[in-house]
Design a binder for this molecule. Structure first.
Ligand SMILES: NC(=O)c1ccc[n+]([C@@H]2O[C@H](COP(=O)([O-])OP(=O)(O)OC[C@H]3O[C@@H](n4cnc5c(N)ncnc54)[C@H](OP(=O)(O)O)[C@@H]3O)[C@@H](O)[C@H]2O)c1
Length: 238
């Protein structure tokens, strides 16, 4: 194993996009993965990743009221081991259909807790442990450009996160901050990938490799901060 590899942290790596990114990044990064549930080291995909690179895992559940102090303490402990991160990618989020008229206080609180409060607290815990010039990268959605009517609370949560990108860039410099306004990469269960693909200008959905390339681009671009990159096949312009 190459110990000159940089460390990255993926927050929300338990499944789908987070897991796929972990599999992609394991070729050139050591990885700290967080998920909402305790990790099984015997899980075949974690065992497979561990054969390629150093893997650490943490259980960070957005619903845990003591999470902010837990995250701080765990990051401090990693810092005490000498681990600094080149990049942190905040992936965790939820994508519920919540049409106007169905909104309730508990449902909106749950959504904002995971999509907004959690990434804000994670950013606060992680940022001191980024290398100088390291990058904090937030997973957004192209819906910030063109609201999803059936998912306005989701849209609002991602737009709020997007509005933090320039502010966090000012707050955290010389560490850097970027957002990724993503179109369809892994379609939601029950949706038709072909129909979704026809809704952008290019006629195909994105791939995990597209996002991984953008994450590496930000990590390797020392003059870039405070920006949101849109990767949506031109969906916002249709
Ligand atoms: N999929 C796409 O094509 C697409 C497109 C645009 C934007 N995005 C954005 O990309 C992100 C990931 O998308 P996805 O499709 O992979 O979403 P997903 O399947 O809903 O996965 C969400 C992630 O959030 C984590 N999570 C869920 N509940 C949590 C909790 N209570 N505490 C901590 N973490 C929790 C999950 O971790 P556990 O598995 O450990 O529970 C999982 O890794 C989201 O922010 C989404 O808005 C995705």
């Amino acid at each position: 194993m190459n110990d000159s590899k940089p460390w990255w942290i993926l927050v929300g790596a338990g499944r789908r996009l987070g897991r796929a990114l972990a599999e992609n990044l394991a070729s050139d990064c050591h990885l700290l993965l967080t998920g909402s549930r305790p990790w099984a080291k015997t899980d075949p995909w974690i065992a497979e990743l561990s054969s390629k690179t150093q893997i650490r895992t943490l259980c960070w559940n957005a619903e845990n009221p003591a999470l902010d102090s837990q995250m701080m303490a765990e990051m401090e402990a990693l810092g005490a081991e000498g681990i600094r991160f080149q990049s942190a990618v905040l992936v965790a989020g939820t994508f519920p259909r919540q049409p106007f008229g169905s909104w309730t206080s508990p449902a909106l609180s749950d959504l904002f807790r995971l999509n907004l409060t959690f990434p804000m607290l994670a950013a606060q815990a992680i940022a001191p442990h980024l290398e100088t010039g390291g990058s904090l990268q937030l997973l957004l959605d192209s819906a910030i450009h063109r609201p999803l009517l059936q998912r306005l609370p989701y849209t609002a949560s991602k737009a709020a996160l997007a509005s933090l990108v320039p502010g966090l860039a000012r707050q955290l410099a010389p560490r850097r901050v970027a957002g990724h306004a993503l179109g369809v990469v892994l379609p939601d269960e029950g949706s038709d990938p072909e129909t979704l693909a026809q809704q952008n200008l290019l006629g195909f959905n994105g791939a995990v490799e597209d996002l991984a390339r953008a994450l590496r681009y930000v990590a390797q671009s020392p003059y870039l901060t405070g920006e949101i990159l849109t990767l949506d096949g031109g969906w916002q312009w249709r």
